[in-house]
Design a protein around this ligand. Sequence first.
Ligand code: NAD
Length: 315
Amino acid sequence: MNKMRSLITGGAGFIGSHLVDKLLSKGHQVRIYDNLSSGKEEFLHHHGENIELVVGDLLDLERLTAAMQDIDMVWHLAANPDIRLGTRVTDTDLRQGTVATYNVVEAMRLSGVKNIAFASSSVVYGEAKVMPTPEDYAPLFPISLYGASKLAGEALLTSWVGTFGLKCWIFRFANIVGARGTHGVIFDFIHKLKADPKRLEVLGNGRQEKSYMEVEDCAMAMIHIVEGQDEDINCFNLGSGDTCSVRRIAEIVVEESGLQNVSIEYTGGDRGWAGDVPKAMLAVDRLLATGFNPSFDSEASIRHTVRRLIEEIGL
Ligand code: NAD
């Protein structure tokens, strides 16, 4: 791929900052657009002057459009990352997901940028009846407000492809884990153990089972697919092809913590919260057919992440 000038929305966040690392290591130019709501400047400090950071909100269409000047490719990762929030606040995903994504594609139309990669999610499949779930599974009936915003985001992209000649890469992520994680089940478990080293509360019965992918694998897979796939609409599941249960994650966190006599307690029920999908397993044949092989399976991604986050957070 020729050297690109990329704009990364959410580039100061967990996955975004790893994508920035990989793009820079390949010699691309990087501009980041982030309101620093959950992202952190410290995730980017090691790049010094090699990056441009625009602190701005996606809901500010004028500022966003100005940030698209001289850009070849947008990587749209900014969103509310907290799926559970939708059970209490019902318009966050609408604004930070659907409206924000509308602003991104509209800013692209206004400034003539043609290429976009989008961080969607396996939650667009809802409670899929086919597992592992392939990209052409239907119907897409998400069960969380966050999932609805991801599906709406995909639809906005494809409609801008059909109407204004954009090209898009839609990535339906598994659960992404790794260094710099600031949310999610492993992060929560480590914080819970820090607060109470004798007891670990697990939401649900622990049998929830999902696919996990290590964050550097995720960032490299995105770039690999953008470099190699050239349809107008390119849609890929990104995961590691297997699953890990929440029960097993809790055990790994306790093992790696070195703490003794920790009681793992389950709140019960088949899911962590209303809108949580109890079982998700992505088919990754399309990803593997591109020649990309993730370095970690789900359980290895979890163990690697637990070690990295214990180093970062401390226990
Ligand atoms: P994150 O919270 O670390 O990153 C999101 C970034 O977007 C942050 O830097 C935040 O400051 C920024 N941001 C949020 N709202 C903004 C706004 N209105 N304007 C400008 N910047 C804004 O989360 P992440 O885990 O790195 O997620 C990145 C993307 O991947 C998100 O779209 C998320 O929905 C998607 N995703 C993540 C996972 C996962 O397991 N982490 C799974 C599926 C999909």
